[in-house]
Design a protein around this ligand. Structure first.
Ligand code: ATP
Ligand code: MG
Length: 138
């Protein structure tokens, strides 16, 4: 079993898509082993996306992540990191495969409805950024 970190982003929470996304997540075999719905502060969003701080979209991205509540989750599944990225689809929804969350729900490249860790090291950092070990129950 492998843990990954996921976010349902403000555009999806705002459009009441939380339940639909959770339903797809569970039906694809992920166990939701931790979850909370919060509003991120700007410093929290900036710290979370620090790897992108030199990118031209950093300011817009971090501000967007604070426009409304998000749902933070730790997901567990065999091959969880790769499997969750496959279920999310490509970063740009215009390039996402049929049946992926981004293809079906994302608004655009920025408001793309979900986040997922891209490697074991980032998953470990991202999980510990938002959750204490005691909040995670496999
Ligand atoms: P995430 O990290 O959110 O799971 P990702 O790994 O598919 O997405 P990244 O390259 O890590 O994509 O970009 C992080 C986020 O920044 C994207 O999900 C998207 O919301 C935003 N983003 C990426 N590229 C652009 C861009 N060119 N213009 C605007 N926003 C962008
Ligand atoms: Mg990424």
């Amino acid at each position: 079993m492998e843990k990954t970190f996921a976010i349902i982003k403000p555009d999806a929470v705002e459009r009441n898509l939380t339940g639909k996304i959770l339903s797809r997540t569970e039906s694809k075999g992920f166990r939701i082993v931790a979850m909370k719905r919060v509003c991120l502060t700007l410093p929290e969003a900036e710290g979370f996306y620090h790897v992108h701080k030199e990118r031209p979209f950093f300011k817009d991205l971090t501000q967007y992540m604070c426009t409304g509540p998000v749902v933070l989750m730790v997901l567990e599944r065999e091959n969880g990191i790769k499997a969750w990225r496959e279920l999310m689809g490509a970063t740009n929804p215009a390039e996402a495969d049929e049946g992926t969350i981004r293809k079906d729900f994302a608004v655009n490249l920025e408001k793309n409805s979900v986040h997922g860790s891209d490697a074991p090291e980032t998953a470990a950092f991202e999980i510990s950024y938002f959750f204490n070990p005691a909040e995670i129950s496999s």
